[in-house]
Design a protein around this ligand. Structure first.
Ligand SMILES: Cc1cc2nc3c(=O)[nH]c(=O)nc-3n(C[C@H](O)[C@H](O)[C@H](O)COP(=O)(O)OP(=O)(O)OC[C@H]3O[C@@H](n4cnc5c(N)ncnc54)[C@H](O)[C@@H]3O)c2cc1C
Length: 420
């Protein structure tokens, strides 16, 4: 039988518990255990406290670093315009003052929703009354020969970004595979570091299916202006020895390194093994971010959460939404009213150009592109109803766009206000 140890007094950051130990609640009868060290988990812990939650709070994170900002990892941090000091979201004093016990290098390997325990890879068994799953996602590697070579890079963590920067030192060229936001941002940053960057893009334009042809053309133009060569309509076939790529159009391209930016997959194994309801490869939740087991919540990239404004469940992979969902889970856990009821959105910056997007994100059948003096707006519709807006230097459209999407305004009534 594992021995029971009292919950430690919260330091700013604690070490993983000893193997075979079991922590139980002492004093307060509420114990909020959060699995994950990203924005969803941190904002859940913060919101729980802000809403008056007085139980014990413990964040278990597999990462080696306290929760940090991920968006700069493909932008300022990768280019060296931001440093390690700019990354942490909160100071050590925050965790101490808020009585949030943060355990790093602590991977949770099992969730038992009957016994209400989680088990760590170190063998520690931790009781909870409320648990949040916020394990986020990880880079997906395409099923082609050589994609799992150790020299082939991906970008998710601060350590990945440092490694990428080191790889960029002393080489002249790189290939970025994939033209999603992380691929576009990283390609522009690497080009600004002086590398010859080639992007492999399977579609006719970057993000053609996701954002439409006109927005894709703009992205291709921006990448060109950033000095990135975009090989569109090109399929990656294999990577040899980590640095040579073969595509359907080019027999061999030999480069300094290869960055795979080929999408992400939610880390859902823990939830699956625990028997939680899964939808679209994610944890299904209600609008309060409650999963199917008592006392269990899920938030962020991992969640397939019901959005009351959309009247359906949505999957989103955006920083701000992870924070928002975490906040809703935290407030609900503290007994305060909260629901996911707004249109999801995100910003992306490629070089110096910023895109702002607010949309349900689950498809459109019409895209109306409107060019402004310095920017553009794309309005997205499905069945004649406005379902999204994408803007560059058109903040008026972005600001009213969320309302129009939320109201389901007819696309024909949407008139673009040119940016001043
Ligand atoms: C380079 C980069 C740039 C980005 N830029 C933008 C942007 O500009 N705008 C935008 O909207 N979005 C951006 N995103 C996406 C955004 O960062 C994610 O949507 C967001 O981080 C999701 O938050 P999360 O808390 O759900 O998960 P994550 O941030 O992925 O955090 C998951 C956490 O769980 C931990 N974990 C995983 N498994 C376990 C386990 N079993 N036990 C314990 N801990 C575990 C991980 O170590 C990690 O700490 C970017 C992402 C990347 C990688």
């Amino acid at each position: 039988m594992p021995s029971r140890t009292p919950f430690s007094a919260p330091d700013a950051v604690s070490r993983p518990g000893a193997p075979g130990t079991r922590e139980t609640m002492v004093g307060n009868d509420e114990r909020f255990v959060l699995i994950g060290g990203g924005p969803a988990a941190l904002s859940a812990a913060r919101a729980y406290r802000e809403a008056g939650g007085s139980g014990q709070v413990r964040i278990l994170s597999a990462d080696t670093e306290a929760p940090y900002f991920r968006p700069p990892l493909s932008k300022e941090f990768l280019r060296g315009d931001a440093t390690d000091d700019d990354l942490p979201i909160e100071s050590p004093e925050f965790y101490r003052d808020q009585r949030i016990d943060l355990s790093l290098r602590t991977e949770v390997t099992a969730l038992d929703t009957e016994a209400r325990t989680v088990t760590t890879s170190g063998g520690e068994v931790i009781d909870y009354t409320t648990c949040l799953l916020a394990t986020g996602s990880e880079p997906a590697r395409p099923p082609i020969p050589g994609a799992d070579h150790p020299d082939v890079l991906t970008l998710r963590t601060a350590a990945d970004s440092r490694r990428l920067r080191e790889a960029a030192d002393g080489v002249r060229s790189a290939v970025v595979v994939g033209a999603g936001f992380i691929g576009c941002e990283a390609a522009a940053s690497l080009s600004r570091l002086g590398l010859q960057v080639t992007m492999i893009c399977p579609e006719p334009f970057p993000q053609h299916a996701r954002l439409g042809e006109d927005a894709g053309r703009e992205l291709a133009r921006w990448l060109k202006l950033e000095g990135v060569s975009v090989l569109t309509g090109t399929e990656l076939l294999a990577i040899e020895d980590g640095t040579r790529i073969r595509t359907d159009l080019i027999p061999v391209l030999d480069v300094g390194f290869v960055l795979l930016a080929t999408g992400v997959q939610p880390r859902v194994e823990l939830a699956e093994k625990a028997g939680l309801d899964i939808g679209k490869g994610r944890v299904r939740t209600d609008e309060h971010l409650r999963a199917s087991a008592r006392g269990v919540f899920a938030a962020g990239d991992l969640a397939f959460a019901h959005n009351t404004a959309a009247a359906r469940a949505l999957k989103v992979e955006h920083w701000g939404e992870a924070e928002k969902m975490g906040g809703i889970a935290g407030r609900t856990a503290a007994g305060a009213p909260a629901a996911w009821d707004s249109v999801p959105g995100f910003w992306s910056t490629i070089g110096d150009r910023t895109l702002k997007y607010a949309a349900w994100g689950d498809g459109f059948d019409e895209a109306r592109f409107i060019k402004h003096d310095n920017g553009f707006t794309v309005w997205y519709g499905r069945g004649g109803t406005t379902v999204g807006v994408l803007t560059h230097e058109a903040d008026d459209d972005y600001e009213r766009g969320s309302d129009l999407v939320e109201r389901g305004a007819p696309l024909t009534e949407v008139v673009s206000v040119p940016a001043g």
